[in-house]
Design a protein around this ligand. Sequence first.
Ligand code: NAD
Length: 510
Amino acid sequence: MSTSTTRLNEICKQLALDLKPLSGNDITSRSPADGATLATLKAHSAEQASAAIQAAHNAYLQWRTVPAPVRGELVRRFGQTLRQHKAALGALVSVEAGKITSEGLGEVQEMIDICDFAVGLSRQLHGLTIASERPGHRMMETWHPMGVVGIISAFNFPVAVWCWNSALALVCGDAVVWKPSEKTPLTAVACQHLLEKTIAEFNQEQPGAVPAGISQLLIGARDVGEVLVDSPLVPIVSATGSTRMGRQVGVKVAERFGRSILELGGNNAMIVTPSADLELAARAITFAAVGTAGQRCTTLRRLIVHKSIADQLVARLEKIYGSVTVGDPMTDGTLVGPLIDKASFDGMQAALAQAKAEGGTVIGGQREREDLGADAYYVRPALVKMPAQSKVMEHETFAPILYIVTYDGSAEDAIALQNAVPQGLSSAIFTSDLRDAERFMSPAGSDCGIANVNIGTSGAEIGGAFGGEKETGGGRESGSDAWKGYMRRATNTINYSGALPLAQGVRFDV
Ligand code: NAD
């Protein structure tokens, strides 16, 4: 038995999770940590997926009438369940997605945080009261549930992204149907198991509190996701993944006038100006560029550094990059775990070859720790000094590659370089100059959904709205008023006057 399968068995015991009823031959879950097969599962057929959507829709018809604070109580209880099982679920994220222990736990903490946020929200789904131009009239807006929210998620945040969506959707009165990545089905099975356990306990205390079928899980690849995307019973599709996927999903959902929330690829940059605290910058760059082995949508991929400080900063980074511990994600001290699979490793090597062909100098990037498994892909993170921002830098390669270019002019020149890519997710500036910082956050500054000052591009908190512009898809999830994306708005005008005045002074006497 491999290390990963031993770990999985222990986790299943802790979660009281029985995988046997799910076993089949369609979807293979493997651990990137040692390449071992963890389980092979049955996929849902198109008919089963449609039936699950119908069941969720039926549950929604009842759930929408349950008072929002009672819906919040379900999410509060789910947050408690997650607290109890944080260690086991975090470990499962490490085993199946290859995140280091601290990041696996951090992902579950993010689920707990969004549950807390959603509980508060369940008493704050506010609309406005609006002054009417007509005497004896009042206007207001009310927010209502929409129906089934289809959630399609990526391998690299296998549990948190579902929770961002489902915690909000559930308090908003929607039902959820989740199609997780085919690379990480077990973490999804575990989440659904914990939510079902929470629902059963709630229903035991308050019979009928939560309708059966309110949360559904679909196991499968893209074809199963397409059933969600095409279903008229799914008014909202929240899809997280590559821009390639979003291009297909966005068009199909728009064709049937559905609403999509797209969270797609990033190509994030940091600008380092001459006044920056370079030691702080070096630490922020390292976490943002090599954390999660470069497999975050917000991973730092482009460093735009002023010529006058470039040698000093790059020398510091070379030293750090040479010494970060690459290895088994669950061993103490490891900072860089594995890439998800061979395709990811091949993609990284192809990008490095292209960077060289475009004049780049590559430091690192080679495979390491082959002793951990023939089918486990560990790499030394790569620094690539580029003569200019060339073609290879316009694409997101989902691996730890940090391209470095210099600029010689003003912060405006650096901002122009930063914005000159098709994606618009996250961005950062390191500077001690107030004017550069403000310019960066101004309308003429960064064109991204996230624009940070003196912190890196990754590691967002759940309180803010999360998402990005351009090819990143424009969706917003998580905090702020992202909940509005899961509800429909009705404008109500109430006439208490006994007359029937028309707006804009129109007369229509009958
Ligand atoms: P992916 O696009 O290969 O797959 C994502 C999900 O979409 C999977 O569940 C997959 O089965 C499904 N899918 C693919 N094509 C589909 C289609 N035509 N119809 C319906 N479903 C379809 O992405 P991945 O490799 O799992 O994840 C990495 C990508 O995700 C990166 O580009 C990363 O930047 C992005 N990502 C973005 C965010 C964000 O919030 N912006 C967060 C995490 C990951």
